[in-house]
Design a protein around this ligand. Structure first.
Ligand SMILES: NC(=O)c1ccc[n+]([C@@H]2O[C@H](COP(=O)([O-])OP(=O)(O)OC[C@H]3O[C@@H](n4cnc5c(N)ncnc54)[C@H](OP(=O)(O)O)[C@@H]3O)[C@@H](O)[C@H]2O)c1
Length: 285
């Protein structure tokens, strides 16, 4: 039995749909069954928050391979992850397909990337089999980096990122869930072109007909410009270091993982804008 945690989410929902299309039986493990997708061959089980180890252990009972997306950002996310990994180990799950982040390291610039490093370490120590998907930044988010005024603002310098679409990550995840040969592997999951944010602005301008420009901020300016959101400091630091990690070159990595594991080329930013016009609806005025 394949388990899909976070099936109400962007990746989990895509994976559940793809598994159902292939006629695979699955268990969707969600916090809120009312928002769970409905698919033939899919049972829906209410787990709980990842931090509720006992509820998660019950929900994982009988699962052989589990898609485990990282939890929403939280100051104590590593401990939330340790709890859910321990629950999977206690339930006898054979392998976790965990969504990590490109360049995950204890000292990476992107502060949320550090959580992924410590989570990977805990999964390795747990003895549960694993496949780590170290995803680049989502390509789907690039249009949303742009304000309604047509400005991408941040301290990314002229660094590059090979952002990857969630559809492509989902295809890699499905292949990893279905084939045990992916056991023990760590994949850097990226798009096929690494672009600067100035180049992203040019692509957005070309495909939306709306002038988009990139405006470089200092780190202090970036913190200040995000303060009105009311988000706590740790979260603002996570957002700002998304950009500084690009400046530092941490995301300037292009791999052939999508082609090799999913069997097709990943889509580009131009292709995504063409296929998903809703992603830039806010730029139409
Ligand atoms: N690579 C990137 O650029 C990037 C960008 C953003 C996020 N991420 C990470 O990748 C993960 C998966 O991406 P996604 O697109 O599927 O995100 P998403 O659309 O936000 O969905 C996250 C899913 O995980 C569930 N979830 C989150 N925290 C949980 C918790 N503490 N306990 C139980 N369930 C929890 C959510 O449940 P509910 O529906 O009940 O909330 C939802 O089903 C995200 O959760 C985030 O950690 C990566």
């Amino acid at each position: 039995m394949i388990g899909v945690a976070g099936a109400t989410g962007g990746l989990g929902g895509r994976i559940a749909a793809r598994l159902a299309e292939q006629g695979v039986e699955q268990r969707l493990i969600v916090r809120d069954p009312a928002r769970a997708p409905s698919h033939p061959g899919a049972e829906v089980v209410q787990g709980g928050d990842y931090s509720d180890g006992e509820a998660m252990r019950r929900a994982f009972d009988g699962i052989e391979v589990l898609f485990l997306p990282s939890a929403g950002e939280h100051p104590d996310r590593v401990s939330v992850h340790r709890t859910v990994v321990d629950a999977a180990a206690a339930a006898g799950v054979g392998r976790l397909v965990y969504t990590s982040f490109l360049g995950a390291a204890p000292d990476c610039v992107f502060t949320f990337g550090r959580d992924h490093f410590h989570t990977e370490e805990h999964i390795r120590a747990s003895g549960v089999g694993h496949t780590f998907l170290r995803d680049s930044i989502y390509l789907d988010y690039v249009p949303f980096f742009t304000s309604a005024e047509g400005v991408i603002r941040g301290p990314a310098g002229d660094g590059r990122a090979a952002a990857v679409a969630r559809d492509d990550i989902a295809d890699v995840a499905v292949a990893a869930l279905l084939d045990p040969q992916h056991e023990g592997r760590t994949y850097d999951v990226t798009g096929r072109e690494a672009f600067t944010l100035a180049e992203a602005a040019e692509i957005l301008t070309r495909h939306t007909g709306r002038e988009v420009r990139y405006v470089e901020e200092t780190i202090d300016e970036a913190r200040e410009s995000r303060k009105p959101s009311g988000a706590p400091d740790w979260e603002i630091e996570g957002w700002v270091t998304t950009y500084t990690s690009i400046a530092a070159g941490e995301l300037d990595v292009v791999t052939d993982t999508v082609a090799r594991v999913a069997g097709h080329e990943p889509i580009t930013l131009a292709e995504l804008l063409e296929a998903q016009p809703d992603s830039w609806a806010h730029l139409r005025g």
